[in-house]
Structure formats: structure tokens, C-alpha cells
Design a protein around this ligand. Sequence first.
Ligand code: ZN
Length: 136
Amino acid sequence: MTYFADLTPYTYLERHDEDGHGASDELLLNVGWLDASHPFPTGASPDELMPALMNLATVRVRQTRGYHYCEICILDMGDDAMEAIRQGTIARESAEFEVRGEGFVYAAPQLLLHYLAAHEYLPPAEFCTAALGATS
Ligand SMILES: [Zn+2]
């Protein structure tokens, strides 16, 4: 998958102009674009975060044709990874979801839920706050 540092302006797919603004002129920020070669923050997230994100992630945006696979799982599996990909047992996704924050919209891959559940990824605090606020 393509790596982007958390909270950098979103530039991956369309729906942005040269300044990284979305169609609604809100700045799109990357969250959760992990790969196996960049360290990422880990830690315990609030209990309410996962259900809130699962709810937000039901709105799939920017669906792509191919799959993004979890590079961290692939690295962990080593020589067995290709077989696991063939069998469909490596976590994979093909869309993004958005979380509305204060003056920003966070653009996250659907795989963020897997990173949180399987790899203890801890998203930026403002993203967590926005996600939790969106459900109340
Ligand atoms: Zn994984």
C-alpha cells in the first residue's frame, strides 16, 4: 500500500485540487496510511473508538479496482505471504472512509480498522476525537 504520514494533506486519488482541498473546499488529511517500512504510533485507544470507526467506515469512498493488502501482515508472514494472499487470508481492502473534524476531513483507508485491531495502531488524538464526536 502507499504510505502517507498522518495528518499530511491528502494527495492519493482524485477529489482534491493542487492545494489538497476536496470538492467541498475542506482540507483532506491523511490518517492511517501505514506500510511495513515506516514506524507508526501504537498504544491503547479508547474502547469506544473501534465501534465508532466501524460505523463511520460503512460509508465507503474512493473505491479502487485492486486491493490494498496489509504490508505489516505480509512482512510478518515472510515466505508464506504469497500463499496467504492467494488464499485471501491477508487483510485487504479497496476503499477509504472519511471522518469530519474541525475544519478538516480525515481520509483514511478501510484497512485502518485492521491496523487498530491487529497491530495496535494509535491514530492521532484529533482524529480519535473527531471519530468519537461524530457518533454522539
Ligand atoms: Zn495486518
